[in-house]
Design a protein around this ligand. Structure first.
Ligand code: ADP
Ligand code: ASP
Ligand code: MG
Length: 813
């Protein structure tokens, strides 16, 4: 014989019930078919009961919705000729149900007994309707009320199954039954006094296991809405996969910590008989599902699944009076157990100073008052502190039989959570070492599950979630490069880069699943109105692991928000120089936030666009080298200007051309005055370990005073014409010295300066072409022959690739 259980979603709609018929029609063996209430019905019955008990008439609406739903199910499934008997039976059951609810309404109270009676109608009705449907389809089926077979009795105030009586009833009944299919309601039973009882939420699984064990079934099949027990709840972790085969103990542990696909007590009855359990999907019956058996997982896999339970509260009993006094914990647990509060997780510090338990948040108010009452004597004398609950927490657990023989798993678990800024409140490891669990904030659950899943199951594919501010020249190129490289990065570097949010100055766009980079531009134009603080709010509320904020703007306002991102463990990558060249205090504060919150702050493109200048500097310093001197040409714009300026052109025309070709800032004075280069050398000096301000840098201007003092571009260009002779004299002087003019930044002996220099033939700077940049690092290890980095130092494509490189650095972090 086989026992098959179909859960709430499998029987929720008539078309699903037809699927069940198709599935079971293929079986040759006799079947016990256990069914849940139509999906959602148990919740509605409980709600109706609670409304009635508070004398709220709206329970009647629920009742009529429920009646209508059951009647229409009958009409959809049964041929008209077979309907009337079933319709009238169901209507008369609803009359009884109405009377029960009226009772609760008039008394203004609902007892556990009455509540059990009311909810039992869910399974009673579904199983009856399904049995009649199968009979009408000419299957050899009958209905059997589980309340006649499963008997419960009270143990410590709780209904537990009386297996002696139950097993005898089952053996006797199924031996005498000659039907191929017996349809039974799940979840419900009868007390020894003959009153309807229930087996706990999700208890239909248990009903099926009780039958399977009693009749020594060949197999217990749990049919549900997912294709097995997954490596994590598939509704929370998209990458989760069905586990093909696990042990009873692993399944029990996973379900205890929240894998609702199997009700935890279900395992016990079948485990002792060695009956296998299969979890199958009613909606994809061809999929293999999960097999649960005694055998260990032979391949020696360590972590088999990650589960979680939300809505947890933490209760800590603390105080010096607990040390060395036996019986305190016994009393603590007794009090909770007598109040029917189940403890999901326990930890005790070795000093015996405190015991901490995780319980359902629904029980917390009751728990606090009974514990404080029970320890009133000790609390009054200051030996124990009043218990104060912490709420909005969740348990996350790693489960696997072989975890005990592997070191480093908890380290990996906690460092993964730490890296993602998930605060761990309590840690517990089961004595069986089959689980490591911890309590975290409920708001972090999704992030924690996904980060852990990625770490333990996803072949180390790391997801990076980008939020891009600024999609102009550089930003658009950057998005294009990501689009082209995504596949390569996934396959070769195991990085999955997704752009979740983007914004320009007008609109912004968010897509939790990742924005399609083929047509981001049209979607962005149609997006919501841009708002920098709302952008930040959205990034924070999405709470994705490995989040990176990318700033492609030149805006000070945007750079002022970096602290908010870093402080929430969101990395920042930027080509905007403002933050790093602002007050030293701000720069170092951002760097310290990055360290504290484990969120890299990278700005390679601040100097030399895509050239690996800052990264090289960092590596030199990290490996113990010391920077003695930096000499550099860092302005692509100025290099362009002086490479093109000679006695056949005018300075004015060359600057104009540079501006028109996009080599300068819109305001060319920013480049020509040296401000941009000052920022860059400041950043290099700081990255070399020096505490410098922009005001400490000596600027030797080559522009005449008058040009520097102009108020706008027109005045500026006019002054260039006026002072052409000055510029020509700079050129001639260099030419006579067989030199070229280069705008040089220098950092030497703790001092930084910028200015125009005549560079003689043979110097490393002499042959610098176009808008190239060059940096010479003189260090203790490179004292005479400097380390040289040279190449294109401006342009959208190289800047974008520099940003990209920073993103990859974070991916490998
Ligand atoms: P049924 O109504 O069939 O009894 P349940 O809703 O009780 O179904 O259980 C199935 C649900 O369990 C799935 O839809 C899924 O959301 C949830 N679940 C939680 N953790 C897991 C897991 N590790 N594997 C599979 N399902 C899980
Ligand atoms: N119908 C019950 C519940 O929703 C039992 C079950 O479906 O397993 O909890
Ligand atoms: Mg269930």
């Amino acid at each position: 014989m086989k026992v098959l259980k179909f859960g709430g979603s499998s029987v929720a709609k008539p078309e699903n019930i037809i699927k069940i018929k198709n599935i079971i029609s293929k079986y040759n063996d006799p079947i016990v078919l256990v069914v849940s209430a139509l999906g959602g019905v148990t919740d509605l019955l409980l709600e109706a009961g609670s409304l009635a008990s508070t004398q709220d008439q709206s329970y009647k609406n629920i009742l009529s919705t429920l009646e209508e739903r059951h009647l229409s199910t009958i009409k959809a499934l049964l041929p008209v000729t077979a309907q009337s008997k079933v319709l009238s039976k169901v209507k008369s059951e609803f009359n009884v149900l109405e009377t029960l609810l009226e009772g609760a309404y008039f008394i203004g109270e609902i007892t556990p007994k009455l509540s059990d009676k009311i909810v039992s109608y869910g399974e009673l009705l579904s199983s009856y309707i399904i049995s009649e449907y199968l009979i009408s389809e000419k299957l050899d089926a009958e209905f059997k009320d589980s309340r006649e077979l499963i008997i419960t009795h009270k143990l410590n105030g709780k209904n537990v199954v009386n297996f002696n009586k139950t097993n005898t009833n089952c053996v006797d009944f199924f031996k005498s039954s000659d039907k191929k299919i017996t349809v039974c309601p799940g979840f419900i039973a009868t007390s020894e006094e003959g009153v309807s009882t229930t087996l706990g939420r999700g208890g239909s699984d248990y009903t099926a296991a009780i039958y399977a064990a009693a009749i020594d079934a060949d197999i217990l099949e749990i049919w549900t809405d997912v294709s097995g027990m997954y490596t994590a709840n598939p509704k929370m972790v998209k990458q989760a996969k069905a586990i093909p085969h696990i042990s009873y103990e692993e399944a029990m542990e996973l379900s205890h910590f929240g894998a609702k696909v199997l009700y935890p007590p279900t395992i016990q009855p079948v485990l002792s008989k060695g009956i296998s359990i299969v979890i199958k999907n009613t909606f994809s019956p061809e999929e293999a599902g999960t097999l649960i058996t005694k055998s260990k997982n032979e391949k020696g896999k360590t972590v088999r699944g990650i589960s979680h339970i939300g809505n947890i509260a933490l209760l800590s009993l603390e105080g010096s009076g607990m040390v060395g006094i036996p019986g305190i914990s016994k009393r603590f647990f007794e009090v909770l157990s007598q109040a029917d509060i189940s403890v999901v997780l326990i930890t005790q510090a070795s000093s015996e100073h405190s015991i901490c338990v995780g319980i359902s948040a629904d029980d917390v108010d009751k728990a606090v008052s009974i514990v404080n009452e029970a320890f009133e004597y000790e609390i009054e004398r200051g030996r124990i502190k009043q218990v104060i609950p912490e709420k909005d927490l969740a348990i996350v657990a790693l489960v696997g039989d072989n975890m005990k023989s592997h070191q480093g798993l908890s380290g990996k678990m906690f460092s993964t959570l730490g890296k993602n800024n998930v605060n761990i409140r309590v840690i517990a490891q089961g004595a069986s070492e089959r689980n490591i669990s911890c309590i975290i904030d409920e708001k972090d659950v999704k992030k924690a599950l996904n980060a852990l899943h990625e770490e333990f199951f996803e072949e180390n594919i790391k997801q990076l979630n980008l939020f891009v501010m600024g999609v102009g020249n550089v930003g658009a190129k950057f998005l294009e490069q990501i689009k082209e490289q995504r596949k390569f990065l996934k396959e070769n570097l195991k990085l999955n880069i997704r752009v979740i949010g983007m914004s320009n100055s007008r609109t912004m766009l968010f897509d939790e699943k990742g924005i399609d980079l083929n047509d981001w531009s049209t979607k962005l134009t149609a997006g919501q109105k841009a708002d920098k603080s709302k952008f930040l709010e959205l990034v924070n509320s999405l709470n994705f692991r490995n989040s990176i904020f990318v700033d492609n703007t030149a805006s000070e306002e945007v750079s002022n928000t970096y602290n908010e991102y870093l402080g929430n463990s969101i990395s920042v990558v930027t080509c905007n120089k403002i933050a790093c060249s602002s007050a030293y205090e701000n720069y170092s504060h951002l760097k310290s936030l990055a360290r504290t919150y484990n969120a890299p702050f990278l700005f390679e493109t601040n100097v030399g666009a895509g050239l690996p200048i800052i990264d090289t500097l960092k590596h030199l310093i990290a490996s113990g080298d010391k920077i003695l001197k930096i000499q550099a040409v860092l302005s692509g714009s100025l290099n362009f200007v002086f490479n093109n300026f000679n006695d056949k052109t005018t300075f004015h025309d060359v600057v104009k051309q540079a501006q028109e070709e996009g080599y300068t800032e819109p305001d060319p004075k920013i480049d020509l005055s040296g401000v941009d280069v000052m920022r860059k050398i400041l950043i290099l000096a700081r990255e070399s370990g020096n505490q410098l301000e922009i005001s400490d840098i000596t600027n030797n201007p080559f522009l005449p005073e008058e040009s520097l003092n102009t108020a706008n571009n027109d005045e500026f260009f006019a002054s260039l014409i006026q002072h052409e002779a000055h510029f020509q004299s700079l050129f001639t002087s260099a030419k006579n010295a067989d030199s070229k003019l280069k705008y040089v930044a220098q950092f030497d002996d703790g001092k930084a300066s910028v200015g125009l220099q005549e560079i003689p033939k043979g110097h490393d700077f002499y042959n610098l072409e176009g808008s190239d940049n060059i940096v010479l690092f003189y260090t203790e290890r490179y004292p005479n022959q400097p380390m040289i980095i040279k190449g294109a130092g401006a342009g959208a494509a190289v800047t974008a690739s520099g940003i990209f490189a920073d993103i990859i650095r974070i991916g490998n972090f």
